[in-house]
Ligand binder design. Structure first.
Ligand SMILES: [Zn+2]
Length: 318
């Protein structure tokens, strides 16, 4: 009898410690490493990539680098390959699309789309002080790096009940061609989407009391929900964004148009004072990688709650 009790207690103990192990793997204890942020950002903004202009071989090198991040993290292609060739743009260029199936039998039928464009505007034949490369650090190597870190997170944790489609878009700069192509293709396939979250220009601290602003603030309750998920107010609106309707200026917009779902972009750069937008000086050394790391770290528990919410809590406002 005693021996049985002892065995029973031992079993209980080991179950307990298994739970403790599992708990240890939660988002709160996951650490985003600035070194990793720097590595990705440095690669994408290097002169060798010549400003990642859609359709160039340098943009293709960037695409291959992002594909490798998927492979390393066990993120599968959603289509036949990771390369989703644009049918609305020449020369040939690709979105890079990865798929992580959800863990919940029901919720995995719904997708959250997480994206950022990796292309930029290339080079100029009018160099300034010998510099002719638009490295596109803030726009949008930073958003791309943010999504790459979320890929690293979900690759390790696989903690998403809903399925996630990770999208690195191309030809955004020429007119949102990558996201227009993909949103339409998915719509034609009856893709079951819950919401879309896009990242643009996250390399500079916003200042004030907000961590980031959302485009199209009033169109859904996404910002409200994100603040609730974060346990404090970190996301809000932005006057410049509202004046210039940035909601329509990035890859969230085609998803909103095709699916009529909450679809927004998060950004941390105050556009009214940022001097380097589409300038040769939008370079790696202007970026605040400590801020970026902290931003991604704070986004992780928010994204977790979005992909795991038992019902569709984020909804359009009337
Ligand atoms: Zn951009």
């Amino acid at each position: 009898m005693k021996k049985i009790l002892y065995v029973f207690l031992l079993a209980l103990l080991s179950i307990n410690s298994a739970f403790a192990q599992k708990r240890k793997k939660t988002d709160a204890l996951y650490k985003v490493h600035e070194k990793s942020v720097i590595t990705t950002l440095k690669f994408l903004t290097s002169d060798e990539l010549k400003g990642r202009n859609a359709g160039t071989k340098e943009a293709e090198i960037a695409a291959k680098y992002l594909e490798d991040i998927f492979v390393k993290n066990g993120i599968k292609p959603y289509f036949i390959s990771y390369n989703d060739t644009l049918t609305n743009f020449t020369p040939t260029t690709y979105n890079v699309v990865g798929y992580l199936e959800g863990t919940d039998a029901e919720l995995k039928k719904e997708f959250v789309v997480i994206g950022a464009h990796y292309d930029h505007i290339g080079t100029t034949d009018k160099p300034v002080d010998g510099d002719y490369i638009y490295n596109g650090a803030d726009d949008n190597a930073t958003g791309t790096t943010t999504v790459a870190e979320l890929v690293n997170y979900y690759g390790k944790m696989k903690s998403n009940k809903r399925s996630i489609l990770f999208c690195f878009f191309s030809a955004e700069e020429e007119g949102l061609y990558g996201s227009k192509h993909l949103a339409k293709k998915l719509k034609d396939q009856n893709f079951n989407i819950y919401c879309m979250l896009n990242f643009e220009m996250t390399g500079v601290q916003l200042g004030g009391d907000l961590l980031a602003f959302i485009t199209g603030y009033g169109r859904s309750n996404m910002a409200d929900k994100f603040n609730e998920y974060a346990g404090k107010r970190i996301i809000g609106s932005n006057a410049f964004e509202m004046q210039y309707q940035l909601f329509r200026a990035s890859d969230n917009y085609p998803f909103f148009l095709e699916f009529n779902i909450p679809s927004h972009t998060l950004s941390t750069t105050e556009m009214s004072t940022f001097k380097f937008y589409h300038k040769l000086d939008d370079e790696f050394d202007q970026m605040d990688t400590t801020h970026m790391t902290a931003f991604i770290q704070q986004m992780i528990p928010v994204v977790e709650k979005m992909v795991n919410a038992p019902t569709q809590e984020i909804v359009l406002k009337k």
